[in-house]
Ligand binder design. Structure first.
Ligand code: GAR
Length: 206
């Protein structure tokens, strides 16, 4: 019997791209239900682009700066690139741009993000510094479906790590990042295999 076709996935990045690399590595396994067909960056100097090119993955650079304040035009340019590559699912991986409601609605249930905190705590930026400042004893990361509200979509997977007495932002970030690289590929695997069902704010795994 032939295996079902792998789902075509784009990963959107803005910088280092370590989560994108984790997704690419996982997708290289023959039995992974998705393949990364496009890495798209809003910054031409994103370090992750070099890795994608070296892997033979198509890349696209759509610089938000070129669109000024016109977020809809920027999103339309991204949409055109996604369609040109026959993309079925979108993974945001350190993609530091807010997306328009129209773009989010178009990709509803087919676009996911990873956030370096246990949502709904610490939405937004500087999550590790804010976790240390708040004195929490447990921190972590979250994968979720993307909705128009920032870091608000239904939660798919979370991983918790301890906050240790001698932690600083860098040590805590490194502990969380290790978990990001574990739960993001697992999330994409479940999504591409059709095993996630959204029920209000809850996501159930079949
Ligand atoms: C990751 O820690 C990711 O969770 C975070 O940016 C980093 C990107 O690193 N994303 C956000 O803060 C989104 N709100 P990477 O480029 O090495 O994957």
């Amino acid at each position: 019997m032939t295996a079902p076709a792998k789902k075509r996935v784009a990963v959107l990045i803005s910088g280092r791209g370590s989560n994108m690399m984790a997704l690419v590595d996982a997708a290289n396994a023959p039995d992974f239900p998705a393949e990364i067909v496009l890495v798209l960056s809003n910054k031409a100097d994103a370090a992750g682009l070099d890795f994608a090119r070296a892997q033979g993955i198509a890349t696209a650079v759509i610089e938000h700066k070129a669109f000024g304040k016109d977020r809809a035009a920027f999103d339309a340019a991204m949409q055109a690139a996604l369609e040109a590559h026959g993309v079925e699912f979108v993974c945001l991986a350190g993609f530091m741009r807010l997306l328009t409601p129209g773009f989010c609605e178009h990709w509803a249930g087919r676009m996911i993000n990873i956030h370096p905190a246990l949502l709904p705590s610490f939405k937004g930026l500087d999550t590790h510094a804010r976790a240390l400042e708040a004195g929490v004893k447990v921190h972590g990361c979250t994968t979720h479906f993307v909705t128009p509200g920032m870091d608000e979509g239904p939660i798919i997977l979370q991983a918790a790590v301890p906050v240790l007495d001698d932690d600083n932002e860098a040590t805590l970030a490194a502990r969380v990042l290790k978990e990001e690289h574990r739960i993001y590929p697992e999330t994409l695997r479940l999504l591409a295999a059709g095993r996630l069902k959204i029920d209000g704010q809850r996501v159930k795994t079949a």
